[in-house]
Design a protein around this ligand. Structure first.
Ligand code: ZN
Ligand code: ZN
Length: 149
């Protein structure tokens, strides 16, 4: 008798409306998590410049399985990082190009302290009359020994 009453209590416990609401709550939370996952995939795919619509659909249909597949095959870096790195490389190349001196006549690479071009004999610098350091052609005074040219 006692046992039956106990069993009855359990049954009525599970018939409480709270279970229904709890189920709704769980379904709601799962739906929110699922939708955020879909949105996150869309945004992440956009940032990585990969086909966002395709991956959003994959996650929408396959859910977490789709998300796992996406996490495995997605490009490893953000598009901004790629652009930034390309800009940095271009900046370095420009700096490098600026540090290379070329003969204005024949275009051959010359060193900064060359007085004439070894290829076409174009006069690139003049020598200081006092210390013989290479000076730019338009310099009026030697910056090394202060001698007027
Ligand atoms: Zn030259
Ligand atoms: Zn000098």
């Amino acid at each position: 008798m006692d046992f039956l009453k106990y069993f009855d209590n359990i049954i009525s416990f599970f018939k409480l409306p709270i279970w229904k609401y709890l189920t709704y709550g769980i379904v709601f939370v799962l739906a929110v998590v699922w939708l955020s996952t879909v949105y996150w995939t869309y945004r992440d795919a956009r940032l990585r410049n990969t086909s966002a619509i395709f991956w959003t659909l994959v996650v929408l249909v396959l859910n977490y399985l789709g998300l796992i597949i996406y996490l495995i095959v997605r490009p490893p870096e953000f598009i901004e990082d790629v652009v930034e790195r390309d800009l940095e490389i271009r900046r370095m190349e420009m700096l490098l190009a600026a540090s290379i001196h070329r003969c204005p006549t024949c275009g051959r690479e010359v060193k900064d302290d060359f007085v004439i071009c070894p290829n076409c004999r174009k006069k690139l610098k003049k020598q200081c009359i006092q210390c013989e350091k290479p000076l730019n052609l338009d310099w009026k005074v030697c910056p090394y020994c202060r001698t007027e040219q």
